[in-house]
Write a protein that binds this ligand. Structure first.
Ligand SMILES: NC(=O)C1=CN([C@@H]2O[C@H](COP(=O)(O)OP(=O)(O)OC[C@H]3O[C@@H](n4cnc5c(N)ncnc54)[C@H](OP(=O)(O)O)[C@@H]3O)[C@@H](O)[C@H]2O)C=CC1
Ligand SMILES: O=C(CO)COP(=O)(O)O
Length: 326
């Protein structure tokens, strides 16, 4: 039975998931590296920097990672590019078979590894699971209805995590296809930047729908080449999250793409945009597997400053005509 939950990461997702666990009746402890966040949560019962206006009762915070890891299961909710560093400092506290749920969405820059592969390298004792799906931290924290996927190779672990975290407004579904869940969550961030560009450039709702559908075709091609199950890619953590992230300015990836579409410079201030780091490694993975991903290529070209938004769109529209299923 999972009664206690540790959360690593005091940002918007870690804080929202701490609330989810607490609402589900679990005893929760939240670790943040930032002392101001720890004191704010303990003194004001709020995380003013990342989740302002949301009351955090019964969620003690700590700056001591070991204290948060003394829990039946641990949620790892830092950005994808920080997962290796945080899992490395957590590893000495992780006993064989200790459930560790990865909540980040991305591929590691440089290695193109999925987060579960990264954690397996640095914390090999952990029983790894992945939580992903269409779920904005602000919606989850506000108690709006949300459904996500929790995947683990070991199905009983996925099911017991679903029971431990599920509640009246948060519904997890168990899955065993880690590859499908992780690829869906990572690649949708890159595609959401493209969707934002389309929206910001004022290309219309028809273009946005076409981009989302053709983006899904790319995600599916890569996912299947890497061993994902098609039904996972069409589920909550794939198509579900793609639709959410490609359609809402609540998404930081979409909002960043929108800024680019509106002509703002690449280095304009912005919050965490996971798709930036994942774009190039996704393109490289696709090349390695001889998969065509023209929308991902286009995002990489825009992000590298090698092509303007207009030239990239023109390039996409003038590609040779082919069957839709190709
Ligand atoms: N927000 C959302 O709606 C959702 C987010 N996710 C995923 O969750 C992950 C985290 O995103 P989110 O919480 O939104 O990001 P935020 O930018 O809101 O917060 C990131 C948090 O991670 C901390 N952090 C970053 N690097 C490290 C490190 N090396 N060691 C310790 N702490 C670190 C930051 O600490 P500090 O403040 O000190 O910099 C901050 O508390 C991402 O992969 C995202 O895709 C998934 C679903 C929904
Ligand atoms: O993953 C998310 C929603 O499911 C959050 O998306 P952003 O990181 O683009 O804000």
């Amino acid at each position: 039975m999972i009664e206690t939950i540790g959360v690593l990461g005091g940002g918007s997702w870690g804080t929202a998931l701490a609330l989810v666990a607490s609402r589900a009746g679990r005893k929760v402890r939240l670790w943040a590296r930032d002392h101001e966040t720890v004191s704010a949560i303990d003194e004001t019962h709020e995380n003013p920097r990342y989740l302002p206006g949301i009351r955090l009762d019964h969620i003690p915070a700590t700056g001591n990672i070991g204290a948060a890891l003394r829990a039946d299961a641990v949620l790892l909710a830092v950005p994808a590019q920080s997962v290796r560093a945080v899992a490395t400092i957590a590893a000495p506290y992780i006993a064989e078979g200790h459930p560790l749920v990865i909540c980040a969405k991305g591929l590691e820059r440089g290695t193109a590894k999925r987060m579960s592969e990264v954690v397996a390298e640095v914390a090999p004792g952990a029983a790894v699971a992945v939580l992903s799906g269409p779920s904005f931290a602000t919606d989850v924290a506000a108690g709006l209805p949300t459904a996500v996927t929790i995947a683990a190779d070991n199905e009983p672990l996925a099911l017991s995590l679903c029971h431990a975290l599920g509640g009246g407004t948060f519904r997890p579904y168990a899955e065993t296809d880690l590859i499908g869940v992780e690829i869906g969550g990572a690649v949708k961030n890159v595609l959401a930047i493209a969707a934002g560009v389309v929206d910001g450039r004022g290309l219309g709702a028809s273009a946005l729908a076409a981009l989302t559908a053709r983006g899904f075709a790319e995600l599916r091609r890569l996912g299947e080449a890497l061993g994902a199950k098609p039904e996972t890619l069409m589920g909550l953590s794939g198509l579900g999250d793609l639709v959410l992230t490609c359609s809402s300015t609540q998404s930081r990836n979409f909002a960043y793409g929108r800024m680019l579409g509106e002509g703002l410079p690449l280095d304009a201030p912005h919050p965490l945009v996971e798709g930036i780091a994942t774009a190039t490694v996704t393109r490289d993975l696709a090349r390695r597997h001889r998969i065509s991903m023209p929308i991902v290529d286009a995002v990489v070209r825009i992000l590298s400053g090698k092509a303007t938004v207009d030239a990239t769109i023109e390039n996409l529209m003038s590609r040779p005509l082919k069957r839709e299923s190709a």
